[in-house]
Design a protein around this ligand. Structure first.
Ligand code: SAH
Length: 358
């Protein structure tokens, strides 16, 4: 059987090499080729003896998930659709900016949480991703970005946000394994402050994450200033309550003394009114945190509208007047369906359409 070495952490690689009768330093060399240099063939691994490369190729492989589609936005954003072995599909997004480059990655094919405004939830849940499928998204985007956008100067450092499809804390082991490889200076070398995990706040998993030796930044999907409204938008509120999620998030040790981010998707006439902003102020006042307002990225399947510009401005004003740190997410890639889940849904319906027509 052929083992995919891509996705293995150093200890698993070392065990694999031990079984082949090879010393641990070889595992370390291959580890760097896999994740620091992102070689896709054993043949490219120049400091590994030819005979060993041939043996590795017989018993194993280096495999990334397969790109099924790419959509290029006029603003430089690139949306990727990956087709997985079992036919599941996932999305990643490359977002170039003047001072940094960001990759948004998925951790599940679909999502079981069913937030009312999220297309991924509306489309349903398939399965957890494996570590190699999570890391392969980053490797693919980094490699292709170097080709389409060669200005990889250190001032444009990579950021990774775990904000694509799925709930990362419902796929804890594979996600945290991927995060370790992303943050390892000998591997992808993303510094923890440039890595952000976004979650609705799966409490037992969040408690576990706090105890990991190296942790990413934390963004909590809040979306409502009170439990009743949050329950309408996010069924998970039944299980992990707003106040408990905030209390846990405030204990989370953010890298380098940074702050927790609370994400708040603004939905027209639903959670975007001044009274909601005032309620949010009361909820967060005194916490060491910041709010990221996200005007809804609308789609035909989503039963909510985007907020008006005036509503976004009024909401922002109320928070900043009360000294709650606030930013508004700029929409990117709107011409290419960059709202999470849109590309996946479009592909799936395009593939179903001919069958339905028969
Ligand atoms: N499950 C995790 C991570 C994936 S969602 C979480 O909920 O945090 C990442 C962010 O995108 C969340 O804040 C989510 O609410 C937001 N989001 C989902 N659909 C959106 C849409 N149509 N427009 C704007 N933001 C959306």
């Amino acid at each position: 059987m052929s083992t995919n070495l891509f996705g293995l952490e150093l200890d698993a690689l070392t065990a694999h090499f031990k079984a082949l009768g090879e010393p641990p330093y070889r595992a370390r060399q291959i580890y760097a080729w896999l994740y620091a240099k992102r070689a896709r063939r054993f043949d490219a691994m120049a400091n590994v003896p030819k005979a060993l490369r041939a043996r590795l190729a017989e018993t194993g492989e280096v495999r990334w998930p397969e790109v099924a589609d790419r959509q290029h936005s006029t603003d430089g954003t690139v949306k990727y659709l990956f087709r997985l072995d079992d036919g599941a599909s996932i999305e990643s997004v490359y977002i170039p900016e003047a001072r940094r480059r960001t990759i948004c990655i998925s951790t599940q094919a679909g999502c079981p949480l069913k937030c009312a405004f999220c297309l991924t939830g509306i489309a349903g849940y398939k399965r957890n991703l494996k570590t190699w499928e999570i890391l392969g998204q980053v490797a693919t985007v980094m490699t292709e970005a170097a080709e389409i956008d060669p200005d990889g100067s250190p001032e444009r450092a990579w950021n990774v946000v775990v904000m694509g499809m799925g709930e990362p804390l419902l796929n804890y082991d594979a996600t945290v394994s991927a995060l370790r490889v992303l943050m390892d200076p000998e591997a992808f070398a993303i510094t923890p402050k440039r890595l952000t995990l976004s979650t609705v706040g799966i409490l037992p998993a969040l408690e576990k994450l706090m105890l990991e030796p190296v942790r990413p930044n934390l963004a909590i999907s809040l979306h409502a200033p009170n439990p009743a409204l949050r329950r309408e938008l996010m069924p998970i509120e039944e299980k992990y309550r707003l106040e408990d999620v905030i209390a846990a998030a405030q204990r989370y040790p953010i890298p380098r003394g940074g702050r927790v981010t609370y994400e708040y998707v603004l939905l027209r006439d639903t959670n975007d009114r001044p009274q909601h902003a005032r309620e949010l102020v009361r909820l967060l006042r005194g916490t060491h945190s910041k709010v990221n307002l996200i005007p809804l990225n609308p789609a035909a399947e989503i039963p909510f509208g985007a907020p008006s510009r005036a509503a976004v401005e009024a909401f922002t004003g109320i928070l900043s007047d009360a000294d709650v740190a606030v930013s508004v997410r700029r929409p990117r890639g709107q011409d290419i369906l960059a709202a999470c889940g849109q590309l996946h849904l479009k592909k799936a319906s395009a593939e179903r359409a001919p069958v339905a027509a028969r």
